[in-house]
Design a protein around this ligand. Sequence first.
Ligand SMILES: [Zn+2]
Length: 413
Amino acid sequence: MRAREQLRNAPVPLEIDEIVLNRALTRPGDCARCKTIAKRTKKAQQFLHREFQEIPLRVAEDPGEPILGPSALLAFGRHVFDGEALKSKLQKVSKLKEVELEAIDWPSLEVPLTLTLGKGGVGKTTISAGLAFHSRRPHPKESVTICSIDPAPSLDDVFRSEIGAQPRSVLNDPKLKAAEIDAVAEYEYWAAEMQQKVESATSTEVRGVHLDLSFERDLFLAVLDVVPPGVDEIFAAFRILDLVDAGGRVQIDMAPTGHALEVLRTPARLLGWARVLLKTLAHHRTLPLARDAAVEIATVSQRVRELAATLSDPKRSCLWVVMLAEPLPDRETRRLLDALREMNAPVPGVFVNRVLMVTGNCTRCNRASSWQKQTLAKIREWNVPVYVVPEFSEEIAGKNGLQRLTKKLWRLR
Ligand SMILES: [Zn+2]
Protein backbone atom coordinates (compact mmCIF):
# COMPACT_ATOMS: atom_id res chain seq x y z
CA MET A 1 0.00 0.00 0.00
CA ARG A 2 2.96 2.23 0.73
CA ALA A 3 4.40 1.33 -2.69
CA ARG A 4 1.10 2.21 -4.39
CA GLU A 5 1.07 5.55 -2.57
CA GLN A 6 4.67 6.31 -3.55
CA LEU A 7 4.11 5.35 -7.19
CA ARG A 8 1.03 7.55 -7.37
CA ASN A 9 2.93 10.48 -5.91
CA ALA A 10 5.97 10.01 -8.16
CA PRO A 11 6.93 12.86 -10.54
CA VAL A 12 5.50 10.66 -13.31
CA PRO A 13 2.54 8.99 -11.51
CA LEU A 14 2.36 5.25 -12.02
CA GLU A 15 -0.20 2.57 -11.23
CA ILE A 16 0.48 -1.03 -10.24
CA ASP A 17 -0.47 -3.34 -13.15
CA GLU A 18 0.11 -6.70 -11.55
CA ILE A 19 1.21 -8.13 -8.22
CA VAL A 20 3.41 -11.18 -7.72
CA LEU A 21 3.11 -12.87 -4.36
CA ASN A 22 6.56 -14.43 -4.07
CA ARG A 23 7.68 -17.32 -1.85
CA ALA A 24 4.14 -18.53 -1.49
CA LEU A 25 3.37 -21.94 -0.07
CA THR A 26 -0.01 -23.40 -0.93
CA ARG A 27 0.49 -27.14 -0.33
CA PRO A 28 2.24 -27.45 3.02
CA GLY A 29 1.94 -31.18 3.69
CA ASP A 30 1.92 -31.93 7.41
CA CYS A 31 5.07 -30.03 8.44
CA ALA A 32 4.38 -27.47 11.17
CA ARG A 33 6.78 -24.88 9.75
CA CYS A 34 5.39 -25.24 6.22
CA LYS A 35 1.85 -24.98 7.59
CA THR A 36 2.73 -21.66 9.26
CA ILE A 37 4.15 -20.34 5.99
CA ALA A 38 1.05 -21.55 4.14
CA LYS A 39 -1.14 -19.74 6.65
CA ARG A 40 0.84 -16.55 6.05
CA THR A 41 0.48 -17.03 2.28
CA LYS A 42 -3.28 -17.35 2.64
CA LYS A 43 -3.47 -14.25 4.80
CA ALA A 44 -1.42 -12.28 2.26
CA GLN A 45 -3.66 -13.51 -0.58
CA GLN A 46 -6.76 -12.43 1.31
CA PHE A 47 -5.25 -9.04 2.05
CA LEU A 48 -4.28 -8.50 -1.60
CA HIS A 49 -7.71 -9.55 -2.84
CA ARG A 50 -9.30 -7.12 -0.43
CA GLU A 51 -7.02 -4.12 -0.95
CA PHE A 52 -6.09 -4.54 -4.60
CA GLN A 53 -9.28 -6.13 -5.98
CA GLU A 54 -8.85 -4.70 -9.45
CA ILE A 55 -5.20 -5.77 -9.87
CA PRO A 56 -4.31 -9.26 -11.20
CA LEU A 57 -2.45 -11.36 -8.65
CA ARG A 58 0.15 -13.98 -9.59
CA VAL A 59 1.32 -16.53 -7.07
CA ALA A 60 4.93 -17.76 -7.14
CA GLU A 61 5.43 -20.98 -5.19
CA ASP A 62 8.56 -21.23 -3.08
CA PRO A 63 10.50 -24.17 -4.52
CA GLY A 64 12.33 -24.52 -1.19
CA GLU A 65 15.66 -24.07 -2.94
CA PRO A 66 17.38 -21.13 -4.61
CA ILE A 67 16.61 -20.49 -8.27
CA LEU A 68 20.03 -20.76 -9.86
CA GLY A 69 20.93 -20.93 -13.52
CA PRO A 70 19.01 -20.15 -16.74
CA SER A 71 16.91 -23.34 -16.89
CA ALA A 72 15.67 -22.96 -13.30
CA LEU A 73 14.92 -19.31 -13.98
CA LEU A 74 13.01 -20.15 -17.16
CA ALA A 75 10.95 -22.77 -15.31
CA PHE A 76 10.21 -20.27 -12.56
CA GLY A 77 9.19 -17.62 -15.11
CA ARG A 78 6.83 -20.11 -16.81
CA HIS A 79 5.36 -20.94 -13.43
CA VAL A 80 4.71 -17.31 -12.46
CA PHE A 81 3.65 -15.86 -15.80
CA ASP A 82 2.24 -18.83 -17.72
CA GLY A 83 0.72 -20.63 -14.76
CA GLU A 84 2.72 -23.84 -15.22
CA ALA A 85 3.18 -26.02 -12.15
CA LEU A 86 6.55 -25.58 -10.51
CA LYS A 87 8.33 -28.88 -10.46
CA SER A 88 11.09 -28.97 -7.97
CA LYS A 89 14.27 -30.25 -9.55
CA LEU A 90 15.35 -31.37 -6.09
CA GLN A 91 18.75 -29.93 -6.83
CA LYS A 92 21.38 -31.91 -5.15
CA VAL A 93 22.95 -29.88 -2.44
CA SER A 94 26.64 -30.43 -2.73
CA LYS A 95 28.15 -32.42 0.10
CA LEU A 96 26.72 -31.06 3.29
CA LYS A 97 29.18 -29.23 5.45
CA GLU A 98 28.38 -29.25 9.14
CA VAL A 99 28.59 -25.90 10.83
CA GLU A 100 29.46 -25.55 14.47
CA LEU A 101 27.61 -22.99 16.52
CA GLU A 102 28.18 -21.74 20.04
CA ALA A 103 25.51 -19.95 22.06
CA ILE A 104 26.41 -16.39 23.01
CA ASP A 105 24.74 -13.26 24.40
CA TRP A 106 23.25 -10.69 22.10
CA PRO A 107 25.68 -7.82 21.52
CA SER A 108 24.72 -4.36 22.70
CA LEU A 109 25.56 -0.92 21.40
CA GLU A 110 29.12 -0.30 22.61
CA VAL A 111 29.82 2.95 20.76
CA PRO A 112 27.80 6.17 20.43
CA LEU A 113 26.75 5.47 16.83
CA THR A 114 25.81 2.05 15.42
CA LEU A 115 24.56 1.48 11.87
CA THR A 116 22.89 -1.58 10.37
CA LEU A 117 23.16 -2.33 6.68
CA GLY A 118 21.60 -5.00 4.53
CA LYS A 119 19.43 -5.75 1.55
CA GLY A 120 15.70 -5.06 1.72
CA GLY A 121 13.68 -7.88 3.27
CA VAL A 122 16.43 -9.46 5.38
CA GLY A 123 15.00 -8.21 8.68
CA LYS A 124 17.41 -5.31 9.09
CA THR A 125 14.88 -3.29 11.07
CA THR A 126 14.16 -6.22 13.40
CA ILE A 127 17.86 -6.75 14.11
CA SER A 128 18.35 -3.00 14.64
CA ALA A 129 15.45 -2.95 17.08
CA GLY A 130 16.91 -6.01 18.83
CA LEU A 131 20.28 -4.29 19.27
CA ALA A 132 18.68 -1.10 20.60
CA PHE A 133 16.30 -2.99 22.89
CA HIS A 134 19.03 -5.26 24.24
CA SER A 135 21.33 -2.31 25.00
CA ARG A 136 18.96 -0.94 27.61
CA ARG A 137 19.87 -3.63 30.16
CA PRO A 138 23.69 -3.25 30.32
CA HIS A 139 23.42 0.55 30.20
CA PRO A 140 20.23 1.37 32.11
CA LYS A 141 21.14 5.01 32.68
CA GLU A 142 21.91 5.75 29.07
CA SER A 143 19.24 6.55 26.54
CA VAL A 144 19.08 4.61 23.29
CA THR A 145 17.57 6.12 20.16
CA ILE A 146 16.78 3.96 17.17
CA CYS A 147 16.34 5.87 13.98
CA SER A 148 15.37 4.65 10.52
CA ILE A 149 16.42 6.40 7.33
CA ASP A 150 15.10 3.57 5.19
CA PRO A 151 12.74 5.08 2.57
CA ALA A 152 10.31 2.27 3.47
CA PRO A 153 10.61 2.34 7.28
CA SER A 154 8.92 -0.30 9.41
CA LEU A 155 9.69 0.73 12.98
CA ASP A 156 5.94 1.22 13.48
CA ASP A 157 5.41 -2.50 13.07
CA VAL A 158 8.25 -3.55 15.39
CA PHE A 159 7.30 -1.17 18.20
CA ARG A 160 3.56 -1.32 17.54
CA SER A 161 3.22 2.44 17.73
CA GLU A 162 3.31 5.33 15.36
CA ILE A 163 6.86 6.58 14.84
CA GLY A 164 7.50 10.04 13.39
CA ALA A 165 10.36 12.42 12.60
CA GLN A 166 10.86 13.40 16.27
CA PRO A 167 12.25 10.73 18.62
CA ARG A 168 9.56 9.45 20.95
CA SER A 169 9.76 6.82 23.65
CA VAL A 170 8.54 3.30 22.84
CA LEU A 171 7.63 0.12 24.75
CA ASN A 172 6.86 2.23 27.84
CA ASP A 173 10.56 2.85 28.32
CA PRO A 174 11.30 6.59 28.59
CA LYS A 175 14.94 5.96 27.68
CA LEU A 176 14.24 3.92 24.56
CA LYS A 177 13.26 6.22 21.71
CA ALA A 178 12.48 5.75 18.05
CA ALA A 179 12.29 8.07 15.04
CA GLU A 180 11.91 7.76 11.30
CA ILE A 181 13.71 10.42 9.31
CA ASP A 182 12.52 11.28 5.82
CA ALA A 183 15.89 12.01 4.20
CA VAL A 184 14.50 13.67 1.10
CA ALA A 185 12.34 16.01 3.15
CA GLU A 186 15.37 16.99 5.29
CA TYR A 187 17.35 17.97 2.20
CA GLU A 188 14.43 19.75 0.51
CA TYR A 189 13.87 21.82 3.62
CA TRP A 190 17.51 22.93 3.64
CA ALA A 191 17.57 23.56 -0.13
CA ALA A 192 14.41 25.68 0.05
CA GLU A 193 15.94 27.80 2.80
CA MET A 194 19.12 28.26 0.80
CA GLN A 195 17.20 29.11 -2.33
CA GLN A 196 15.28 31.79 -0.51
CA LYS A 197 18.47 33.26 0.92
CA VAL A 198 20.18 33.37 -2.44
CA GLU A 199 17.18 34.74 -4.28
CA SER A 200 16.88 37.68 -1.97
CA ALA A 201 20.66 38.12 -1.94
CA THR A 202 20.99 38.27 -5.71
CA SER A 203 18.08 40.58 -6.45
CA THR A 204 18.98 43.12 -3.87
CA GLU A 205 19.62 46.79 -4.27
CA VAL A 206 22.88 47.98 -2.84
CA ARG A 207 23.02 51.70 -2.12
CA GLY A 208 20.31 52.42 -4.63
CA VAL A 209 21.97 50.46 -7.43
CA HIS A 210 20.04 47.45 -8.61
CA LEU A 211 22.38 44.57 -9.16
CA ASP A 212 21.44 42.10 -11.82
CA LEU A 213 22.95 38.88 -10.63
CA SER A 214 20.54 36.61 -12.44
CA PHE A 215 23.31 34.60 -14.09
CA GLU A 216 24.95 33.73 -10.78
CA ARG A 217 21.61 33.07 -9.21
CA ASP A 218 20.60 30.67 -11.97
CA LEU A 219 23.97 28.98 -11.74
CA PHE A 220 23.67 28.60 -7.98
CA LEU A 221 20.13 27.28 -8.15
CA ALA A 222 21.14 24.86 -10.90
CA VAL A 223 23.91 23.46 -8.70
CA LEU A 224 21.48 23.24 -5.80
CA ASP A 225 19.25 21.22 -8.13
CA VAL A 226 21.84 18.69 -9.31
CA VAL A 227 22.13 16.95 -6.00
CA PRO A 228 24.70 14.15 -6.03
CA PRO A 229 23.11 10.81 -5.04
CA GLY A 230 23.11 10.27 -1.31
CA VAL A 231 23.15 13.95 -0.41
CA ASP A 232 19.64 13.89 0.99
CA GLU A 233 20.62 11.03 3.31
CA ILE A 234 23.59 13.05 4.45
CA PHE A 235 21.17 15.69 5.64
CA ALA A 236 19.36 12.97 7.53
CA ALA A 237 22.76 11.97 8.91
CA PHE A 238 23.22 15.51 10.27
CA ARG A 239 20.05 15.05 12.26
CA ILE A 240 21.61 11.83 13.51
CA LEU A 241 24.85 13.59 14.48
CA ASP A 242 22.68 15.99 16.46
CA LEU A 243 21.22 13.00 18.30
CA VAL A 244 24.71 11.62 18.96
CA ASP A 245 25.84 15.03 20.23
CA ALA A 246 22.84 15.08 22.55
CA GLY A 247 24.29 12.00 24.31
CA GLY A 248 23.19 8.40 24.71
CA ARG A 249 23.56 5.71 22.09
CA VAL A 250 22.15 5.96 18.61
CA GLN A 251 21.24 3.04 16.38
CA ILE A 252 20.57 3.74 12.70
CA ASP A 253 18.54 1.46 10.49
CA MET A 254 20.03 2.35 7.10
CA ALA A 255 18.49 2.27 3.63
CA PRO A 256 18.95 -1.00 1.67
CA THR A 257 22.50 -1.96 0.70
CA GLY A 258 23.29 -0.27 -2.63
CA HIS A 259 21.75 2.98 -1.54
CA ALA A 260 23.39 2.88 1.88
CA LEU A 261 26.81 2.34 0.33
CA GLU A 262 26.24 5.42 -1.77
CA VAL A 263 25.47 7.30 1.41
CA LEU A 264 28.70 6.17 3.06
CA ARG A 265 30.64 7.17 -0.05
CA THR A 266 28.91 10.53 -0.28
CA PRO A 267 31.01 12.71 2.05
CA ALA A 268 33.81 13.14 -0.51
CA ARG A 269 31.32 13.85 -3.28
CA LEU A 270 29.39 16.26 -1.14
CA LEU A 271 32.52 18.25 -0.35
CA GLY A 272 33.12 18.75 -4.08
CA TRP A 273 29.53 19.82 -4.59
CA ALA A 274 29.73 22.32 -1.73
CA ARG A 275 32.89 23.78 -3.26
CA VAL A 276 31.07 24.40 -6.55
CA LEU A 277 28.19 26.04 -4.66
CA LEU A 278 30.66 28.29 -2.87
CA LYS A 279 32.35 29.24 -6.12
CA THR A 280 29.11 30.46 -7.63
CA LEU A 281 28.80 32.81 -4.67
CA ALA A 282 32.44 33.87 -4.54
CA HIS A 283 32.01 37.07 -6.55
CA HIS A 284 29.34 38.36 -4.23
CA ARG A 285 30.99 38.06 -0.86
CA THR A 286 30.18 41.70 -0.26
CA LEU A 287 26.45 40.98 -0.26
CA PRO A 288 25.49 40.07 3.28
CA LEU A 289 22.92 37.44 2.36
CA ALA A 290 25.22 35.75 -0.13
CA ARG A 291 27.72 35.66 2.68
CA ASP A 292 25.07 34.00 4.86
CA ALA A 293 24.56 31.33 2.25
CA ALA A 294 28.31 30.82 1.98
CA VAL A 295 28.60 30.40 5.74
CA GLU A 296 25.76 27.91 5.66
CA ILE A 297 27.47 25.83 2.96
CA ALA A 298 30.78 25.98 4.80
CA THR A 299 28.95 24.67 7.90
CA VAL A 300 27.61 21.78 5.87
CA SER A 301 31.13 20.97 4.65
CA GLN A 302 32.37 21.01 8.23
CA ARG A 303 29.61 18.66 9.35
CA VAL A 304 30.35 16.31 6.46
CA ARG A 305 33.97 16.11 7.65
CA GLU A 306 32.76 15.39 11.19
CA LEU A 307 30.49 12.67 9.89
CA ALA A 308 33.26 11.06 7.84
CA ALA A 309 35.58 11.16 10.88
CA THR A 310 32.91 9.57 13.13
CA LEU A 311 32.19 6.81 10.62
CA SER A 312 35.81 5.71 10.39
CA ASP A 313 36.54 5.85 14.13
CA PRO A 314 35.99 2.46 15.83
CA LYS A 315 35.64 4.23 19.20
CA ARG A 316 32.75 6.31 17.95
CA SER A 317 30.90 4.16 15.46
CA CYS A 318 30.42 0.65 14.12
CA LEU A 319 28.54 -0.97 11.30
CA TRP A 320 26.66 -4.28 11.47
CA VAL A 321 25.71 -6.14 8.33
CA VAL A 322 22.47 -8.15 8.21
CA MET A 323 21.88 -10.91 5.66
CA LEU A 324 20.02 -14.15 5.04
CA ALA A 325 21.70 -17.52 4.55
CA GLU A 326 20.94 -17.61 0.84
CA PRO A 327 23.43 -18.06 -2.02
CA LEU A 328 22.55 -14.85 -3.87
CA PRO A 329 22.50 -12.32 -1.00
CA ASP A 330 25.65 -14.07 0.14
CA ARG A 331 27.52 -12.79 -2.94
CA GLU A 332 26.10 -9.35 -2.55
CA THR A 333 27.00 -9.18 1.14
CA ARG A 334 30.53 -10.25 0.29
CA ARG A 335 30.83 -7.28 -2.07
CA LEU A 336 29.37 -5.03 0.61
CA LEU A 337 31.92 -6.19 3.19
CA ASP A 338 34.76 -5.64 0.70
CA ALA A 339 33.51 -2.12 0.02
CA LEU A 340 33.26 -1.42 3.77
CA ARG A 341 36.78 -2.70 4.32
CA GLU A 342 38.00 -0.39 1.58
CA MET A 343 36.33 2.50 3.39
CA ASN A 344 37.92 1.47 6.70
CA ALA A 345 34.49 1.21 8.31
CA PRO A 346 34.58 -0.66 11.65
CA VAL A 347 32.49 -3.86 11.18
CA PRO A 348 32.10 -5.91 14.41
CA GLY A 349 30.22 -8.70 12.62
CA VAL A 350 27.53 -10.05 10.36
CA PHE A 351 24.05 -11.12 11.49
CA VAL A 352 22.67 -14.05 9.53
CA ASN A 353 18.95 -13.82 10.11
CA ARG A 354 16.17 -16.46 10.01
CA VAL A 355 18.30 -19.58 10.18
CA LEU A 356 16.30 -22.80 10.54
CA MET A 357 17.33 -24.54 13.72
CA VAL A 358 15.02 -27.58 13.79
CA THR A 359 13.71 -29.14 10.61
CA GLY A 360 12.10 -32.49 11.48
CA ASN A 361 11.61 -34.75 8.47
CA CYS A 362 9.99 -32.39 5.97
CA THR A 363 11.78 -32.60 2.61
CA ARG A 364 11.31 -28.96 1.76
CA CYS A 365 12.53 -27.69 5.14
CA ASN A 366 15.50 -30.04 5.15
CA ARG A 367 16.49 -28.89 1.71
CA ALA A 368 16.20 -25.25 2.79
CA SER A 369 18.27 -26.01 5.88
CA SER A 370 20.98 -27.71 3.82
CA TRP A 371 21.27 -24.67 1.58
CA GLN A 372 21.53 -22.44 4.63
CA LYS A 373 24.27 -24.58 6.15
CA GLN A 374 26.17 -24.55 2.90
CA THR A 375 25.97 -20.76 2.80
CA LEU A 376 27.04 -20.47 6.45
CA ALA A 377 30.07 -22.64 5.75
CA LYS A 378 31.04 -20.20 2.99
CA ILE A 379 30.47 -17.15 5.16
CA ARG A 380 32.76 -18.63 7.80
CA GLU A 381 35.63 -18.11 5.39
CA TRP A 382 35.07 -14.36 5.26
CA ASN A 383 37.12 -13.66 8.36
CA VAL A 384 34.43 -11.72 10.12
CA PRO A 385 32.49 -12.75 13.26
CA VAL A 386 29.19 -14.33 12.16
CA TYR A 387 26.12 -14.28 14.44
CA VAL A 388 23.27 -16.65 13.69
CA VAL A 389 19.72 -15.55 14.52
CA PRO A 390 17.13 -18.37 14.56
CA GLU A 391 13.98 -18.21 12.49
CA PHE A 392 10.82 -17.33 14.38
CA SER A 393 7.46 -18.57 13.23
CA GLU A 394 5.76 -15.25 13.96
CA GLU A 395 6.69 -11.63 13.24
CA ILE A 396 8.91 -10.05 15.88
CA ALA A 397 6.95 -7.17 17.38
CA GLY A 398 6.45 -5.48 20.74
CA LYS A 399 8.33 -6.03 23.97
CA ASN A 400 7.63 -9.77 24.11
CA GLY A 401 8.78 -10.28 20.55
CA LEU A 402 12.03 -8.38 21.09
CA GLN A 403 12.62 -10.27 24.34
CA ARG A 404 12.24 -13.57 22.49
CA LEU A 405 14.52 -12.34 19.70
CA THR A 406 17.33 -11.19 21.96
CA LYS A 407 17.28 -14.31 24.13
CA LYS A 408 18.99 -16.60 21.65
CA LEU A 409 22.00 -16.06 19.47
CA TRP A 410 24.72 -18.31 18.13
CA ARG A 411 28.14 -17.56 16.87
CA LEU A 412 29.68 -19.47 14.03
CA ARG A 413 32.82 -21.21 15.20
ZN1 LIG B 1 8.48 -28.04 6.08
